[in-house]
Write a protein that binds this ligand. Sequence first.
Ligand SMILES: [Zn+2]
Length: 354
Amino acid sequence: MGPGEELPVERGACGGASELELLKLRAAERIDEAAGRLGALSQAIWSQPELAYEEQHAHGVLTRFFQCEPPAASWVVQPHYHLATAFRAEWETPGVHVSQNPLHLGFLCEYDALPSIGHACGHNLIAEVGAAAALGLKGALEGFHGPPPPVKVIVLGTPAEEDGGGKIDLIEAGAFKNLDVVFMAHPSQENAAYLPDVAEHDVTVKYHGKASHAAAYPWEGVNAVDAAVLAYNNLSVLRQQMKPTWRAHGIIKNGGVKPNIIPCYSELIYYFRAPSMKELTVLTEKAEDCFRAAALATGCTTGDVRFIQRSSSVSNSNGDSQTRYVKCPKSKRLSIYPLFIYNYGYLNIYKLNT
Ligand SMILES: [Zn+2]
């Protein structure tokens, strides 16, 4: 008996278990049936890491996965959905008319990696668990006792989380329109219902100085790398006064060309995180002072220090689903509830603004 052909769940099959419990069981069974294919999907993405917006291999693996998922053509797949490496796969309970206003449930797959170290935080697993949850929900709805509720299951492949902002591009393109709920799980060292540091701003600071010969005429130069080093050190000093839940981490790019040229240009990239937007605003104001002080001390100029919002803690997951996840027996958490963990703040901001 293949997937999609199983008998519907019937009352009494598990000795009086509630309909909801039977549906959970059905979802878990469907995921177990697909475990081999899901594992292969994850391994294929893991073994060939790709950078943000360049995830052609992962895009191909995931779209083929849904196109080949039995029974044939059960998922409507749109490759290259608004972005070259994004996709959308949809399934809905049969016989649903648009007038029934089906519930639109979204599951997100991420699959980009970092330079040099590949899938450092396991976005291949986000892809696997997003696909698994969608299959599980489909399986549960197919096994519904009686006419199933009108539900549309939507899987969105969202590239470029590590750099840029694929989800922001997709939001702006309308990809999240009409989605009632969006679920995603991120792997972690511990089993957690939410991530504490979800408000994040990124910033790139560019220092412009003046090149000169470092041995012959150093007094003619304005050293842009000095500004970057001072800013780095200013932030390191600030760290002593930061709350334990705040994070500031960055790198120096463009450290000059040769030792005998006073560098005329340098660049810093920093990420700042805090548990709330209110605290993040305090942190980024202090950081901006650090950046500007370095420019003032060295005589460099810097353009606008613009902080780019990557995510926000407007709503760090849905409280009710967090409670359900925590209450769920540990043995079931990974098979039933992982997708209730983590909603992206900017998706919530989007919802609030529309
Ligand atoms: Zn990650």
